[in-house]
Design a protein around this ligand. Structure first.
Ligand code: MEV
Length: 325
């Protein structure tokens, strides 16, 4: 019995979260050491003989020790949505008997892109297993993962599915008819510590809340978003020039704008202040905010004291990540 495996990384937003939903540029990077994985295998057709085809597709979520068939999936189940979407797009009348296993070590609701990564891993493994190579490429996986995200997050920008499907740092602009997705040069690698507040945060809720504030005060929020976009552009130039001090300064400026959007939180601020006073070059929240993870840009020598400061300020976990290594 052949099993097909695919995986996708976690992600961080380096610059431009929230503003990216409104068409401003943003920069994101994969975090490869935390991953979502999916395995797809042919199942024993005899065991489900007589049942409808959807009952012959079993989904195993190992993190939750939760097992169900496609026909039992609740209406808002993202994995069932991904499977049905691929089936529709590939015009498959029915699916064969399948056993689909999904496991992720990306913390959920923490700003590290676990939803996009699990969808991307599942879509790629399933497309490869079914011999649908046209649907297994980065662009197709990203497009379908975006459609799954839309079902759950309302108005995603598309940056999360893009960075996890391509697994490359990207400069991203949401636009019609096609998003601008540009890999860029990283002249000097960026050393980051990624610290988890341990506070879970729903991207959908926070993005919806920012939207309400924008509707109430469009001019003020448009100006905040535009400034975030300028910072993302300046950051790209600084990263391409290897100007680490400037990258850090721009992270701090971006964080100030995120505070004004009310998406920071006491736990995030505690970790940001701890990182900066222990020698980080810049620090900001990453992702939707109000909880989840923050990122600190460091010199390698400052890694031990900054990590210790983050842990003593209450970080639940600290990951090290080098972008452009
Ligand atoms: C979430 O990782 C980033 C947000 O900008 C939402 C989005 O871009 O879809 C907050």
């Amino acid at each position: 019995m052949t099993t097909t495996e695919a995986s996708a990384p976690g992600k961080i937003i380096l610059f431009g979260e929230h503003a990216v939903v409104y068409g401003q540029p943003a920069i994101a990077a994969p975090v490869s050491q935390v991953r979502a994985r999916a395995w797809v295998a042919d199942a024993d057709a005899a065991a489900s003989a007589g049942a409808d085809a959807d009952s012959a597709v079993c989904i195993h979520l190992t993190n939750l020790d939760y097992h169900y068939t496609l026909s039992e999936a609740p209406a808002d189940d993202p994995f069932a949505a991904a499977i049905r979407l691929l089936q529709q797009e590939a015009r498959l009348e029915s699916l064969p008997s399948l056993s689909i296993t999904i496991h992720s070590d990306i913390p959920i609701a923490s700003g590290l892109g676990s939803g996009a990564a699990t969808a991307a891993a599942l879509l790629r493994a399933l497309a490869l297993h079914l011999g649908l190579s046209d649907f297994a490429g980065d662009a197709q996986v990203s497009r379908l993962a975006f459609a799954v995200e839309q079902l759950h997050h309302g108005t995603p920008s598309g940056i999360d599915n893009t960075v996890v499907a391509y697994e490359k740092p990207v400069y991203f602009v949401r636009q019609q008819p096609e998003n601008r997705i540009e890999p860029f040069t990283i002249a000097r690698s960026l050393s980051l510590l990624i610290a988890d507040t341990g506070v879970s945060s729903s991207t959908k809720t926070v993005v919806g809340d920012v939207r309400r504030q924008w509707q109430a005060e469009p001019a003020r929020f448009d100006a905040l978003f535009a400034r975030c976009g300028q910072i993302a552009d300046q950051a790209r130039q600084a990263i391409e020039a290897g100007d680490i001090a400037q990258v850090g300064a721009l992270m701090n400026q971006n964080q100030e704008l995120l505070r004004q959007m009310t998406v920071s939180s006491p736990a995030l601020e505690r970790l940001i202040a701890a990182a900066l006073s222990a020698g980080a070059i810049g620090a900001k929240l990453s992702g939707a905010g109000r909880g989840g993870n923050m990122i600190a840009l460091i010199n390698e020598v400052a890694a031990p004291p900054v990590r210790a400061a983050l842990l003593s300020a209450g970080a639940r976990a600290v990951l090290a990540s080098i972008i452009g290594a």
